[in-house]
Structures are given as C-alpha cells and as structure tokens.
Design a protein around this ligand. Structure first.
Ligand SMILES: [Cu+2]
Length: 204
C-alpha cells in the first residue's frame, strides 16, 4: 500500500489545535490543545469553542512564557511565567464572549483569541477550527483540524477533482501542491467522525 505522493509526513513542530475527546465521543465539553512558543499567534493561537470547553496551552520550548488575558477580554485569566518545556496551563471558559490573550514576555509573537459561543455542534466545532496555512499557496501548505481528518479531496473551480487522499487519520496534514495550476481551488474535508466541511485556497 503506497502512501499518496502528495501527503508528506507529519512534523512535530507544528502548530496544532487538537482535541482530547474525553474518552467518549458525544461529550459536550471538550478540551482543546494549543502549543505555545514564539511565533504561534493569530489564527494559529485562536479557537472557536463553546462555554464549558477547556483550552490547554503546552509550552513547546524552554523560553519563559505565560498566558494572560488582555484587559478587554470577556474573562480574566493568567498563568505564571515559567520556562519549562512541557509545562501546561489550562483554563475553562464559562462565558460567551471574546478573549484576546498574549504571552506578556513575547507580546509581538505570541497572541491569540479564544471566541466562546453558548453552544456548538460538533459540525460547527469541526468547520470553525479548520485552518490552512497558507491559504495562498506557492507549493507547501498545512491543514490543522480539531477532529482527525479521514479524506481530503481538492476540486478546481470547474469542479474537476485534482487531488484526493483517503484514510489520512491525522489532525495535521501537510500538502505539496506545487504541481497544481495557478487558480482557485476548493478542498473538501471529511473527519473520522462524519463531519464534512470545505475550504478555499489559491494556488499562485
Ligand atoms: Cu512567550
């Protein structure tokens, strides 16, 4: 069984929101993981979650970091400042709102937003936390997903199937789209739990 040529191995130093399913699919409250080090900011450090969900940040290098809500955040939270790879800080969000946060040691390169809704279906959790970096692609791009991805299909704007990968079984998928023609594409994603969503991207 040959691996799809375009599917590259997962690297460890990726930014990932992955889910811990609390042992049983169907639990409404979930834990979301974020890696935390310099350079993780913006979309890579941002999540759309529901009240009762927990975010766990894991220090992925030995620099001193913290997690601190900004003044305008709906909820107020802060970790200690600590330099220890593997250190984790968890916070459970209980209020609907928008929570901008930052590492105060590295405020220009470590910041994000946790947006909290009252309820979310698992389909919404899936679609609202799919991220492709970059979405304007020279050759390589990386998908991160809350739920494990099973199948990826890419269509051109004329509807032609130009790429397909089945049985992916990963929360992070690296693509090399250097062989695609310039233009706009739609990526259809199926999770192992039955959710389906679409993303658009542009190939330079
Ligand atoms: Cu930091």
């Amino acid at each position: 069984m040959q691996l799809p040529a375009l599917l590259k191995p997962i690297t460890m130093k990726t930014i990932l929101p992955i889910i811990l399913l609390c042992g049983f699919f169907g639990f409404s409250q979930q834990t979301f993981n974020l890696n935390w080090q310099q350079g993780i900011n913006g979309a890579a450090a941002s999540l759309n979650i529901a009240t009762g969900d927990t975010v766990t940040w894991t220090w992925t290098n030995g620099s001193p970091h913290n997690v601190a809500s900004r003044a305008a955040s709906t909820e107020s939270f802060s970790s200690e400042t600590i330099a220890q790879t593997g250190y984790t800080y968890s916070y459970t969000f209980t209020q609907v709102g928008t929570n901008d946060y930052v590492c105060t040691v590295h405020p220009s390169s470590m910041f994000g937003t946790i947006t909290v809704s009252s309820t979310m279906s698992n389909k919404e959790r899936f679609s609202q936390n799919l991220k492709l970096f970059p979405t304007t692609v020279d050759s390589q791009t990386q998908l991160t997903s809350l739920y494990e991805i099973e199948n990826v299909t890419v269509y051109s704007i004329t509807g032609a199937k130009v790429y397909e990968s089945k049985d992916v079984f990963s929360n992070i998928v690296n693509f090399d789209f250097s062989s695609l023609n310039s233009g706009m594409y739609v990526m259809k994603l199926n999770s192992t739990q039955g959710q389906e969503s679409m993303l658009k991207f542009v190939k330079n």
